[in-house]
Ligand binder design. Sequence first.
Ligand SMILES: C[S@@+](CC[C@H](N)C(=O)[O-])C[C@H]1O[C@@H](n2cnc3c(N)ncnc32)[C@H](O)[C@@H]1O
Length: 174
Amino acid sequence: MVKGDEAKRVLDIGTGSGCMALALKAENPSWDVVGVDVSEAALNQAETNAIELGLDVTWVALDALDSAAVAALGRFDGIVSNPPYIPSSEVLEPHVQDHEPALALFVPDNEPLRFYNAMVPLVTSCLVSGGCMVAECHTEFTKEVADCWKLEGAQVQVLCDLQGAQRAVRLIRS
Ligand SMILES: C[S@@+](CC[C@H](N)C(=O)[O-])C[C@H]1O[C@@H](n2cnc3c(N)ncnc32)[C@H](O)[C@@H]1O
């Protein structure tokens, strides 16, 4: 997604505290930013943070696995997400496991791509031509996510984090 003055519409799926949605809005005041989450508690925190920061973001309670409900939000120039992606049998560091709700972290062991698969239909239903969809992923599943997003008319790329670990996948719709 390109930073700029041109008004854009951006969706943050699994917004949690709203950190990504709020950062995008702070950097791009003309953008219409929408953050969605299934957790009312998370959305309340996001709203509190938005008020403290004086930023106008739209918060919507919905289940991101319900692709039709997401599609009903309309079309977006960009979709960002840091969804739950940790297989439930994976043992985490106590400083993560003890402070994050399980809902924010885990997916069933047999369904590591649960949220990325649910995002596939959004490429045609929600993303404008030239639009960008980017999601953080488990380092062990970036290739699988990239493969499931390899749709006709889309460029897909694995991105690395600052430590050089494969950490995210980006799709650009042509
Ligand atoms: C890893 S946290 C990411 C939070 C924030 N975006 C961030 O990057 O820090 C995942 C978020 O997805 C939300 N979530 C879990 N299941 C969901 C679902 N079915 N639909 C929408 N949001 C969901 C959780 O409540 C949590 O806020």
